[in-house]
Design a protein around this ligand. Structure first.
Ligand code: ADP
Ligand code: MG
Length: 372
């Protein structure tokens, strides 16, 4: 099933023309600079803004198709909304906030107790919003949105008002939640961390249009996109825990045919997880190289092919996308390295990655769905 969005709208300062189609269920991160049109997509999906032209469908369910005269008002859309500020009712307890507007379906899809447990808010139930921390308030706001049994969850920079510590406190909850929810989520953020942790699909938006859209593993590894030119650029890989080597304190991950050794991870074999490999950490070698087992501290030498090369003048660097078979990595090297190794699209290379450089991000897609 797909969530497809098509939207055209004329604002005095900008013409918005955004179109994408992404798999559902799944988290789709809308990423782009301020003023590019991300919140306009959220508002149109919620029914709060009626664009000049708009078509939004979840599978066969049409929320809007203005050409066909379809425009469901907000109250008739089963959407959950979470904004930067939690917008909880201050005079109500957490518990009453949660059940406010809770939709009662015959077969309860998203269960109260399960949400409370998943978001870790049990101890807060009798408290009032003004006694909660920002992160706690956002967790409650997310719970409230989910208990409305939405068929679409819309989150517009839900963590933007939190400091770094609060953000990292709440991200694991979202990551856990994401593995369990079986519904489409549109998630707006400026944070590459949130994108890497949560996105299944990414839609890059600039100046009112879509620059690129696709699976997170593909978009995060593209050398030609603005994401790749950020200091913290890095490719996301979806891997499986293949085996542990307790003696060497290492874990072997498989990403398709590629094997990645990482410091021992406390996860059962078979677990699907995502990792991030920062572009500046990836060394390139021409051709196949032998791992000098007794001479190098390195654990990962991955054979691949250069797929694309792009300039990165801000870092006086060049970005190289290397296809590994089961995914791609991005490497930021000097232009001099490109010249010395004579790298071009199609060149066979090896990507050298320290096991310590691989960031383990958590669940990829869970196996225990709670909502359909
Ligand atoms: P983002 O969420 O990516 O920061 P928005 O979707 O909120 O961007 O807005 C994109 C642009 O659309 C804004 O820069 C502004 O020019 C225009 N815009 C958005 N909402 C309105 C509005 N209500 N009235 C006039 N212009 C608007
Ligand atoms: Mg916005």
């Amino acid at each position: 099933m797909n969530l497809s969005v098509e939207l055209r709208h004329h604002f005095p300062a900008i013409d918005i023309a955004i179109e994408f189609s992404v798999p559902s269920p799944g988290v789709t991160v809308l990423f782009g600079p301020s003023g590019s049109g991300k919140s306009t997509v959220i508002a149109a999906a919620a029914g709060l803004l009626r664009p000049d032209q708009c078509r939004i469908a979840i599978g066969g369910d049409m929320l809007a198709d203005t050409r066909a005269g379809i425009w469901l008002p907000p109250e008739r859309r089963r959407v959950g909304l979470v904004f930067q500020d939690s917008r909880l009712f201050p005079h109500m307890s957490v518990s009453n906030n949660l059940v406010f507007g809770m939709r009662r379906t015959r077969e309860r899809e998203i269960d109260f107790d399960e949400i409370v447990e998943l978001l870790g808010i049990h101890a807060l139930l009798s408290r009032h919003p003004n006694t909660l921390s920002g992160g706690e308030r956002q967790r409650v706001a997310i719970g409230r949105a989910l208990l409305r049994q939405p068929q679409l969850l819309l989150m517009d920079e839900p963590l933007a008002s939190l400091d770094t510590a609060r953000k990292s406190e709440i991200l694991p909850y979202l990551a856990r939640l994401k593995t369990m929810l079986r519904l489409p989520v549109l998630y707006v953020t400026h944070s590459l961390d949130e994108l890497a942790q949560l996105a299944d699909s990414v839609v890059l938006i600039e100046a009112g249009s879509v620059v690129a859209a696709g699976p997170v593993a593909e978009i995060s590894a593209r050398a030609d996109l603005p994401l790749a030119r950020r200091d913290d650029a890095g490719a996301v890989l979806i891997c499986r825990v293949a085996a542990h080597d307790a003696t060497r304190q290492l874990t072997r991950l498989s990403c398709g045919p590629a094997t990645l050794w990482v410091p021992q991870a406390d996860l059962p074999e078979g677990t699907l997880l995502r990792v991030r490999v920062p572009a500046r950490e990836v060394i390139l070698a021409r051709g196949e190289v032998d791992l000098l087992k007794d001479a190098l501290s390195l654990h990962n030498v991955l054979p691949g092919t250069v797929r694309a090369i792009a300039a990165d003048p801000d870092h006086r660097a060049t970005l190289v996308e290397v296809a590994l078979g089961g995914g791609s990595v991005l490497s930021r090297v000097t232009p001099d390295a490109i010249a010395r190794l004579a790298l071009a699209p199609g060149t066979r290379v090896s990507a050298l990655i320290k096991s310590m450089s691989v960031e383990i991000l958590g669940g990829a897609r869970g196996s225990r769905p709670v909502a359909t």
